[in-house]
Design a protein around this ligand. Structure first.
Ligand code: C5P
Length: 457
């Protein structure tokens, strides 16, 4: 595996710190990459017979840093999938380390972050990929599927394949027989959903007349001559013949292009899919697995997700599946609400203020899903606890190629209104005080304009 030598050293340091610790506390992010990361680290700790505890949080910020770090009873605290953006604000206790792929700030704290080694953490490796590199250093190669789940959960396969370090991890997992890599139509629910349902729920790309419409999805399949059922069983994507898959793909591309979409935007329909042969049901497909974990975190049951990631295929898996059902209902109600209300506009920005009507942990997912409709920069906000507002912002690769970096822009905008934020070039988040929403929008719009003009000029 091609890892820069300084990074290999850092991985070794982390592995040593874990080996030497007796009592370890893990703090992770609540999304799929965060829970996969915790799944990897806690599996190592369990196998190494360490005492450990784990907590998943929405975000590390000035409000919770002092609480999380006060009276530390562990001799090692590992932050996964968060912490790098705030590393300069953390207490410099010995025994704190960070495994994260978000844009970092430097600090004396031991950090394994790809950006320090010239590797793009938004595309080439996720936090769970980094945790896996530590696990591998300690001899636990069987944990690579979780690295793939985390990367896919963070959409690092959005170009149709995993790249960079992710690809190397994938190849290793393939060699070990832990994953099967295939090119296929990429719609959610390949393994588990009737095809018409999977099409109805597809929002990226937006399928005109099909996304969000069961009737539309059924009519589409009838139109192209692909059966809804074989015998008394609903046909899933994995049940289609090659011929039928071609019909579906051509039909979808034509539908997108006919209604003014570009062939380029339809390209995301085809790409690599990752199957874990040892798993059953949802957990066989990396995308479905990551969605299950994400739902657990977002609905306030991260422990259930971590237990699944650590291998529980009984009670916690059943719980996770019902959490996912509730989560889906919550997300589709939120989307319906916004469709009714419409988005507001400020220059290049489109935005919505959900107030208390959408939960703060769901606003990121909802914003991402609405991006499927060719918005350029979309900002969603919802009320959070302690008089704060959660902000989620998303943009397109086209704009990041023009110089836009949302992580930086949103951090500045949030700081200018007394909050904090950060993230990646295409996706970022923040927390700001209530009442400053429109000030943030104004600042962010100017900041993005400035980023684009800096490159143009
Ligand atoms: O919360 P949301 O999904 O909108 O965040 C988008 C991305 O920005 C995530 O990868 C999240 O971890 C990151 N983020 C960050 N610092 C923050 C808030 C979000 O790095 N303060």
């Amino acid at each position: 595996m091609k890892i820069p030598s300084e990074m290999s050293e850092r991985i070794k340091e982390l592995a040593e710190a874990i080996s030497e610790a007796e009592r370890v506390r893990v703090i992770t992010h609540i999304d799929a990459d965060g829970l996969s990361s915790a799944g990897i680290i806690c599996s190592i700790l369990h196998k190494e017979e360490k005492q450990f505890s784990v907590k998943a949080i929405k975000q590390l910020d000035k409000d919770n840093i002092s609480e999380l770090f006060s009276n530390m009873r562990s001799d090692l605290l590992i932050l996964t999938d968060l912490g790098s953006g705030q590393a300069d604000k953390l207490p410099k206790n010995k025994g704190v380390c960070i495994i994260d792929h978000h844009q970092p700030v430097s600090s004396e704290i031991l950090q394994l972050n790809p950006h320090f080694f010239g590797i793009d953490g938004s595309r080439e490796v996720s936090s769970s990929g980094l945790c896996y590199l530590v696990a591998r250093e300690m001899g636990y190669r069987d944990l690579s599927p979780l690295a793939i789940v985390g990367a896919v959960g963070d959409n690092q396969d959005s170009r149709g394949e995993l790249l960079g370090l992710n690809k190397e991890i994938l190849k290793e997992a393939e060699k070990e027989g832990l994953v099967i890599v295939e090119k296929d139509i990429r719609i959610f629910g390949r393994q588990t959903r009737p095809l018409f349902k999977a099409l109805e729920y597809t929002t990226n790309p937006y399928l005109p007349g099909i996304s969000g419409s069961e009737r539309g999805a059924i009519e589409f399949l009838e139109e192209i001559g692909v059966p809804l059922k074989r015998g008394d069983k609903w046909v899933r994507l994995v049940d289609l013949t090659e011929e039928e898959k071609k019909k579906v793909l051509t039909g979808l591309v034509m539908r997108i292009v006919k209604t003014g979409g570009s062939v380029e935007s339809a390209k995301v329909l085809v790409g690599e899919v990752y199957t874990f042969p040892a798993e059953k049901g949802m957990l066989r497909d990396a995308k479905e697995y990551s969605t299950l974990l994400n739902a657990c975190g977002r609905r306030g049951f991260p422990g259930v997700g971590i237990a699944v990631a650590m291998g529980d295929r009984n009670e916690n898996l059943r719980k996770a599946e019902s959490i996912l059902d509730e989560y889906r209902r919550e997300v589709s109600e939120a989307i319906e609400l916004l469709q009714k209300e419409g988005l507001k506009e400020k220059g290049i920005l489109k935005y919505f203020l959900a107030g208390d009507r959408i939960r703060d942990t769901v606003i990121g997912t909802v914003t991402s899903m609405l991006m499927g409709r060719r918005e350029e920069v979309l900002v969603g906000m919802a009320n959070s606890e302690n008089g704060k507002v959660k902000v989620s912002a998303r943009t397109t690769r086209e704009l990041t190629n023009k110089g836009v970096n949302l992580g930086i822009a949103l951090r500045r905008a949030a700081e200018s209104v007394g909050g904090d934020g950060g993230g990646h070039s295409v996706a970022a988040g923040a927390k700001i005080p209530r009442g400053r929403e429109m000030d943030l929008i104004e600042f962010l719009e100017k900041e993005i304009e400035r980023q684009v003009n800096e490159i143009d000029g």
